[in-house]
Design a protein around this ligand. Structure first.
Ligand code: FES
Length: 529
């Protein structure tokens, strides 16, 4: 590595004052004369940026005479290597004294070293959930010429074993954050925001969980066996098959059909299984093969752990409807046909148009958009409802994100259309009981739909919401709406869906619902005693 020595000051001046601030080409370097020698570090404290020149020196616990304490919040740095117990290290510079002069090497270490250091430091930042440092490490990675998306892959890999129930919205929304970055980020800070959001959500969802390692052994891959292992909720066996696929050099296209069929085999997990499967494929297109192992294992676990909604009385009509599907229903269909229908009736109505796949999908998505726009907001604040009666915005947003995921999967695997359409009918039927029929579309439909949707995305760069899960739903929902409109620009439900998004943004989810929780808890305890 080529050194680039810069004269800072004379040794005599430094000795006299004990410290010296060098300003050089936009850098500020604090130089200290200590009992342990002469040391130099960046003048900006990595905590909040205050000047380390104003810090206090002492010998440190090892008596080496080179500990610097920042006087603002007492972060303590070892000036030999810049390390600190508190968090982010400070950059230090090699120093040499020669002929009574103090010389500093201000050149950057080789790119590979800086990239590797940034990724190692990111691991520590993840452990501490230090959002500021996460942002800095990703910025350092990019500044060194590294791919900033590798920070996302790194974070997915590091946190994966702590997702005891497999994939969550943290990974699923990552694709949509990266889409936002690609389509809307205009400044370096905006390009960094989605990466920090993704990593922060990964930590939020994984910090409290005890590690649950994945199976390490490999078994020869077989798509049918993977699907069966998932349906049997056998995470160990399914993970071994994933390991086998990876060892055989197989990729996502080899695994996706089994995942898609397993995800839609049951009406499961309130649509999450299908959403996660679709988003995993999209995310892998952005992150590349390096992310396949953790994402495939996380998805496997999530599908193995999925709840079976079709076993709940409300959705028991689903399986018989699927069995009755013959693709022969010829009745023309529109979204109005589903208005006010409960789950059973919605399934029956869907069967009547089973031969009109595309029209039925459009009608069901239109009905889901209508329900979404007309959600009776008073229900979200009701505290006297049983858990089974409780409805929130998420009941409606999931219908849209499920539709988007289901359509994309069914277009690749057409045998999945019956499951997608009937599951969408379950969403529509379930939500129909929580809508008011006020005429809301004129009030909420944006004048310029494209400008409105662009604005909704741009707002995500500075949303101010403290809960990653809420913002993840917002980015997922906006992305699903954008994709559905792009797939059917002339669709009759377009304005309804945009109006629903506008109303949703103006009336954000009422969270956390502690009064409802407390009311339900008291009722539960009364009934058990
Ligand atoms: S700014 Fe230095 S410790 Fe806070």
């Amino acid at each position: 590595m080529e050194r680039s020595w810069v004269r800072a000051t004379s040794l005599e001046t430094l000795k006299e004052k004990g410290r010296f601030l060098l300003r050089h080409e936009g850098k500020q370097v604090a130089i200290f004369h200590t009992p342990g020698g002469v040391f130099a570090c960046s003048n900006r404290c990595p905590h909040e940026g205050y000047p380390l020149m104003e810090g206090s020196l002492d010998d440190g616990p090892d008596g080496a005479g080179c500990r610097l304490t920042c006087n603002w919040h007492s972060w303590r740095f070892n000036l030999r290597d810049g390390s600190t117990e508190e968090g982010d290290r400070v950059r230090v510079y090699p120093v040499r004294t020669e002929a009574g002069e103090v010389l500093l090497d201000l050149s950057d270490p080789p790119a590979e070293q800086r990239i590797s250091e940034a990724l190692t430091a990111l691991k520590d930042a993840l452990r501490r959930r230090d959002r500021g440092r996460i942002a800095r490490e990703i910025a350092r990675l990019e500044n060194a010429g590294g791919n900033p998306l590798s920070a996302v892959t790194h974070a997915i890999r590091e946190t994966a074993p702590r997702f005891a129930y497999g994939m969550s919205h943290a990974q699923a929304a990552a694709n949509d954050w990266l889409a936002l970055r690609a389509d809307y980020a205009r400044t370096p800070a905006e390009r960094l925001v989605p990466l920090v959001e993704i990593v922060d959500h990964l930590i939020d969802d994984s910090l409290s969980e005890a590690p649950r390692p994945f199976a390490q052994e490999a078994e020869p891959f077989d798509a049918a066996n993977l699907e069966q292992a998932i349906l049997a909720s056998d995470d160990e066996a399914a993970s071994r098959l994933i390991r086998g696929a990876l060892a055989q050099g197989l990729g996502w296209p080899d695994m996706e059909p089994a995942f898609a069929r397993a995800a839609l085999h049951h009406y499961a997990d309130f649509g999450h299984s299908a959403i996660y499967t679709y988003k995993t494929g999209r995310l892998l297109e952005r992150l590349g093969h390096d992310a396949l192992e953790p994402l495939a294992l996380l998805l496997t676990r999530a599908l193995c752990e999925a709840w079976r909604e079709d076993l709940i009385p409300e959705f028991r009509a689903y399986k018989p409807a699927l069995e009755a599907w013959d693709g022969a229903g010829r009745t023309p269909v529109s979204s109005e046909d589903f208005r006010g229908l409960g789950v059973k009736q919605a399934l029956r109505r869907a069967l009547e148009s089973s031969g009109k796949t595309h029209a039925l999908y459009q009608a069901l998505l239109g009905a889901a958009a209508y329900n979404f726009l007309h959600f009776d907001l008073s229900l979200e604040r009701r505290v006297d409802l049983k858990p089974s009666e409780s409805k929130t915005w998420l009941s409606f947003t999931h219908a849209i994100t499920f539709a988007n995921a289901g359509r994309n999967l069914a277009e690749r695997y057409p045998d999945l259309w019956p499951a997608v359409l009937l599951q969408l009918a379950c969403f529509v039927g379930r939500n129909a009981g929580a809508v008011s029929n006020e005429p809301l579309e004129r009030e909420w439909a944006p004048k310029d739909g494209k400008a409105f949707l662009d604005g909704a995305f741009k707002m995500l760069f500075d949303h101010g919401n403290p809960e990653p899960i809420v913002t993840a739903h917002l980015v997922k929902l906006s992305t699903a709406i954008k994709e559905e409109i792009a797939a059917a620009p002339q669709a009759s439900w377009r304005d309804t869906l945009l109006a629903a998004l506008a109303r949703f943004l103006a009336n954000p989810p009422h969270r956390p619902q502690v009064l409802r929780l407390a009311t339900q808890a008291i009722r539960f305890v009364e009934q058990e005693s």
